[in-house]
Design a binder for this molecule. Structure first.
Ligand SMILES: [Fe+2]
Length: 406
C-alpha cells in the first residue's frame, strides 16, 4: 500500500489502521540528493586547502563584518587557501539577514577579480549570501527574476564552513535573502546552490556567545520540527528530523553554558536538521518569524524559538497526532510532554516567553497576519494550511506568556 497524502485526518486514520502492524512506516515516493561532501570533526578546517584546490583557482572568501576578522579565522583561512595555491579575494561585508544589495556587491567584487570558487565562513547569513553570489557569478541573471518558486540552474562551486549551530545552510539548496524595501524574505532555491563541500569543525564554535548558541539552536530545533510536520516530509526526512530533535533536546542547555562536547553535538544536529529541511522545507514557524525579523530586527532563531511552543500546542489541539509519534519515539508520554520539554529548555536558555517581550505591539496584529499569509509556500507545507484566524489566534496566544504548567 502506498499513501501519498499526509493530511491530518487521513494520517490519523491510516495510523490507526497501522497500529496492528508494529513499526510500519507510511511510505510515499521521494527523491533524495545530497551532493555535499561533509568533512566533519575538530580540526577539519585544515582540510580546506585540499578541498578548495580541486574546485577552482581564484576564490572569493565571503564572511560577516566582524567575527571572522576578530577571531583571527579570516587570516587563518586566507593563509590556508593561499598556501594551496589559490588567489584569494575577501568580501567581508555580509550583514545579519543579508540583503539583495549585499549579494550584488559581493558578486561585483568576485567578478572584478575573476573568481571561479566561493568559500563561505559564518552563520546562515554569510552562507546564504555566498550562495547568492555564487549564483550571480555563474549565471549573470538578476536575483529578482530568479527567486522561488523558480529554481536556479547554475552556480559557482561553494565550500561552506559554519560558525554557528543552527542554520544547516551548509547542506541545503536554499539561500534566504532580504528585500529591505519590501521588508520581505525571498528564497533562492536550487540544487546548484548546495555547497560542494561542508567543513564542519566545532573548534569554530569555541568563542560563540551562549546567547547565540541558544538562538541558533532553537532555529535548528524549529527546522527539525517543521520538517517533521511538513506535508513534504518522508520517512527519510523524518529520520534526520527525529535524530536532530533527540540530540538538540539533550544538548542545548549544556551547549549554551559552554560545554565543548555539547556544542559539537549541536553542530552535528543542526546539520541533520538542515538535511531534513532540504527534503521537507520549513513552514508556519518560519513564516511567522519572518515578520518579527523584518519589522523588529529580532534574531531569526530567537523569533522561531519564541513562536515554536505556541505553534506546537495549536497543532496538538487540532489533533495532529504525528507529534505524539515523535514524542513517543523520543521517550515522552505524548506530544504535550514533548512541548513541555521544549518550553523547559526555552526557559533555561533565556528564550523570552512572549512576543511582547520582543517589542511587538498588539496594534500590529492585522499587519502581522497579512505578512504571514504572503509566505504561501511555507503555509502550504503545513498539514492543515492555517487560516487567517488560525494565524491571528497563534499571535494572540504568543502575546501572552507561555504557560508550561498545562
Ligand atoms: Fe531557519
Amino acid at each position: 500500500m502506498i499513501f501519498v497524502s499526509l493530511d491530518n485526518g487521513s494520517y490519523r486514520e491510516k495510523k490507526n489502521k497501522y497500529s496492528e502492524f508494529s513499526q510500519r512506516l507510511i511510505m510515499k515516493p521521494f527523491r533524495f540528493n545530497l551532493p555535499t561532501k561533509i568533512v566533519f570533526g575538530r580540526g577539519s578546517l585544515s582540510r580546506l586547502g585540499d578541498e578548495a584546490v580541486r574546485l577552482g583557482d581564484r576564490c572569493l572568501l565571503v564572511t560577516g563584518r566582524s567575527f571572522a576578522r576578530r577571531s583571527g579565522y579570516l587570516n587563518i583561512l586566507t593563509e590556508i587557501l593561499e598556501e594551496s595555491g589559490l588567489k584569494v579575494t575577501v568580501f567581508d561585508k555580509v550583514e545579519p539577514n543579508p540583503s539583495v544589495e549585499t549579494v550584488y556587491k559581493g558578486a561585483e567584487e568576485g567578478s572584478k577579480n575573476g573568481c571561479d570558487l566561493v568559500v563561505a565562513l559564518g552563520g546562515g547569513s554569510a552562507m546564504d549570501a555566498a550562495k547568492g553570489i555564487a549564483f550571480l557569478l555563474k549565471s549573470k541573471a538578476r536575483l529578482e527574476e530568479s527567486f522561488a518558486p523558480n529554481e536556479v540552474g547554475e552556480a559557482l562551486p561553494l565550500v561552506a564552513i559554519p560558525t554557528t549551530c543552527g542554520t544547516g545552510s551548509e547542506v541545503t539548496k536554499y539561500a534566504v535573502l532580504t528585500n529591505i524595501r519590501k521588508k520581505r524574505k525571498e528564497v533562492l532555491l536550487g540544487e546548484p546552490l548546495m555547497p560542494r563541500v561542508a567543513i564542519v569543525d566545532a573548534n569554530l564554535l569555541n568563542s560563540l556567545p551562549g546567547e547565540l548558541v541558544a538562538y541558533t539552536g532553537f532555529d535548528a530545533l524549529s527546522h527539525a520540527l517543521e520538517a517533521y510536520v511538513s506535508r513534504d516530509s518522508t520517512p527519510l526526512s523524518d529520520f534526520f528530523a527525529l535524530e536532530a530533535m533527540r540530540i538538540i533536546l539533550g544538548n542545548i542547555v549544556e551547549a549554551v553554558e559552554g560545554m565543548a562536547e555539547a556544542r559539537e553535538n549541536m553542530l552535528y544536529a543542526s546539520m541533520l536538521a538542515g538535511i531534513a529541511i532540504n527534503c521537507a522545507g520549513t513552514e508556519i514557524v518560519h513564516a511567522m518569524g519572518y515578520y518579527l525579523t523584518n519589522y523588529h530586527d529580532v534574531h531569526h532563531g530567537l523569533a522561531n524559538g519564541v513562536l515554536l511552543p505556541h505553534v506546537l500546542r495549536l497543532e496538538l489541539q487540532k489533533g495532529f497526532r504525528k507529534l505524539d509519534d515523535a514524542a513517543s519515539t523520543l521517550g515522552f508520554e505524548n506530544g504535550t510532554g514533548l512541548v513541555k520539554k521544549i518550553e523547559e529548555i526555552a526557559d533555561k536558555t533565556g528564550i523570552p516567553r512572549s512576543i511582547r517581550e520582543l517589542g511587538v505591539e498588539e496594534s500590529e496584529l492585522d499587519a502581522m497576519v497579512a505578512d504571514v499569509l504572503s509566505y504561501e509556500r511555507n503555509l502550504n507545507r503545513h498539514p492543515f494550511p492555517p487560516t487567517p484566524e488560525d494565524i491571528k489566534k497563534l499571535f494572540i496566544v504568543a502575546f501572552s506568556r507561555r504557560d508550561s504548567s498545562t
